[in-house]
Design a protein around this ligand. Structure first.
Ligand code: GLA
Length: 578
């Protein structure tokens, strides 16, 4: 069997020095029918390995209901990497950050009372052990020493940026080894002395995450990892976007020159990302370093292989640099093709909203308390008088109406917590816009926080309705049509349309003249859109489309201005900084 170990100065493949040229592709951000072509494209850039995180909350959204099939078939993904002749690196977290909902931690876990996350808390560790055992059951038989292609496994993720509980890291190592993982184990940290110190343990190979000042970062890493190969486990070659911001891009030549510095120093590298993919459905995370900023649906990341799988200028710039240090295949991926343009008339349909829960609540329960995993909850109560309605916090955005008349919006990003309301029946439609994936607010509950007050008096007695967004979209098939006027007074509203395609194709759905909501093609949940931008088009992977009739369904939270769905020729991810 082949061997993969860490030597005095290098990774050793069968005893010979080996440089890892890896690229991150998150299988959970790519349609499974496109995994093979994305992996292939990454190899054509000159890579010899693919790295992926594992997203616990995707596999086990409800406690004990583990799913590793279909779009979550990690084993199949790793096998496709092997079939391409490439090694694989697995980073199971349990915390992954990754701009992914809750940093990958399941809501049932972060919602448990008194559980200390990412520490050696016995209740937390019991769940983590169960999770890791599930993951390693897939990974262990695919290790290189057992005839597979997995060469490295990472412990935690940038732990030094969060904590310093060495017992916790030691326990993760123990569980990993006990599950039969024999390949070298790594940690990754931003290369500051404190983070490198806090984030690792003796026996784990330290690596860094950075995208600039590479020589300086490698030097810092070397101080903390005196022997063995230098590795940048996250070479940030682009960046992510949040609603209300700009679209981030980085200069291809500058990124290529950073890569050159890394490779000239003999370092191994994992491009973060080689192909970013998409936060389909409700999977986007959020950042909050003082201001809550939910992340957009696209995870294009300005990576060398774009969201639709096409090579960008960066792909060729990186390939040229890699070619100086390693053999690069002659083949190049097919160039960008323009997507079919289709304009689809939408008709509003009558939504049947679910019934309210029978229980009346003294305090508005959180989404977490309700075990509700979708994006919307309606909270209702009676306002005995007009006055100032105030909240501790609304997570994350509430459409407020009284007696069915809209009276305002409270948006967390803008810090809005109060408004003046008339007496009557109060309804708050609250959207959870994405869970924080980094830093101290990781795992915080969603919904209305605390007990709202009217003129300083607590409002008790709440009627609550959890709403499944996907269930609203699926009513499109049978619900009766309604007029535009009827639809503009209901919130949420829903619209549907159908269109014909000559053949299955990647599409780009332009949401630029809609408000804020969720959109589905042929029942596949593309994700969120918002006029707030920067993202304007949503990527529709070809495998969800078909030749012949196709459908689109839209669940809209704001008044919808344009009743058409326009599919355009390519992505519009928003304005970039000049
Ligand atoms: C860190 C994390 C990654 C990701 C990047 C930013 O390096 O480890 O998961 O969040 O930042 O894209």
């Amino acid at each position: 069997m082949p061997t993969f170990t860490i030597g005095e100065t290098d990774f050793l493949l069968d005893g010979e020095p080996h440089r890892i040229l890896s690229g991150a592709i998150h299988y959970f951000r790519v349609h499974p029918d496109q995994w093979a072509e994305r992996i292939h494209a990454a190899r054509l850039m000159g890579l010899n390995s693919i790295e992926t995180y594992v997203a616990w909350n995707a596999h086990e959204p409800r406690r004990g209901e583990w799913d590793a099939s279909g779009a979550l078939d990690l084993g199949r993904f790793l096998d496709l990497v092997a079939a391409e002749g490439m090694h694989a690196i697995v980073r199971p977290g349990p915390y992954i950050c990754a701009e992914w909902h809750n940093g990958g931690l399941p809501v049932w876990l972060t919602g448990m009372r008194d559980v200390a996350l990412r520490q050696s808390d016995p209740d937390y560790l019991a769940e983590v052990t169960r999770y890791l055992d599930n993951v390693y059951e897939i990974v262990a038989p695919r290790q290189i020493g057992r005839g597979g292609n997995v060469v490295l496994v990472q412990i935690e993720n940038e732990y030094g940026a969060y904590g310093n509980d060495k017992e916790y890291l030691a326990e993760l190592v123990r569980v990993t080894r006990a599950a039969g993982i024999t390949v070298p184990l790594t940690t990754v940290d931003q290369p500051t002395p404190q983070m490198l110190r806090d984030g690792s343990l003796p026996g784990l190979h330290l690596t860094g995450s950075f995208g600039s000042r590479s020589a300086e970062r490698l030097a810092t890493l070397r101080e903390h990892q005196p022997t063995g190969p230098l590795m940048c486990s996250e070479f940030w070659d682009g960046w992510f976007d949040w609603w209300g911001g700009i679209h981030h891009t980085t200069d291809a030549a500058a990124a290529a020159s950073e890569l050159e510095t890394l490779l000239a120093a003999g370092a191994s590298v994992n491009f973060y990302m080689v192909h970013g993919g998409t936060n389909f459905g409700l999977t986007n995370g959020a950042n909050d370093k003082g201001r809550y900023l939910p992340l957009v649906t696209s995870y294009d990341y300005d990576a060398p292989i774009d969201e639709a799988g096409s090579p960008t200028a960066k792909f060729f710039a990186f390939r040229d640099v890699i070619a100086k240090y390693a053999p690069v295949p002659d083949e190049v991926p097919p160039p960008v093709r323009s997507a079919p343009e289709v304009s689809v008339a939408l008709e509003p349909y009558a939504l049947t909203l679910p019934p309210a829960l029978e229980e009346t609540f003294e305090e508005p329960p959180s989404f977490d308390g309700l075990g509700h995993l979708s994006a919307l909850v309606r909270y209702e109560t009676v306002l005995p008088e007009a006055g100032l309605l105030a909240f501790d916090e609304v997570r994350d955005r509430a459409w407020v109406s009284v007696d069915d008349r809209p009276v305002g919006i409270l948006d967390r990003t803008r810090g809005e917590r109060a408004l003046v309301v008339p007496a009557g029946r109060l309804s708050l439609l609250v959207e959870e816009q994405g869970r924080v994936n980094y830093d101290a607010r990781l795992g915080e509950p969603k919904g209305i926080v605390g007990v709202p007050t009217l003129e300083g008096q607590p409002l008790r007695s709440w009627i609550v309705t959890p709403i499944e967004v996907a269930a609203l979209a699926s009513q499109a098939a049978t619900a009766p049509v309604i007029s535009r006027e009827e639809s503009t007074t209901s919130r949420p509203a829903a619209l549907r349309g159908s269109f014909h395609l000559a053949e299955s194709a990647d599409l780009f759905l332009d949401a630029g003249r809609w408000g804020k909501g969720f959109v589905f093609v042929n029942g596949f949940f593309l994700g969120r859109y918002w006029a707030n931008g920067p993202q304007r088009t949503l990527y529709v992977p070809a495998p969800v489309t078909r030749s012949g009739p196709n459908t689109v369904a839209v669940v809209e939270l704001e008044p919808m201005v344009d009743l058409t769905a326009n599919f355009v020729t390519g992505p519009l991810l928003g304005p970039v900084e000049e």
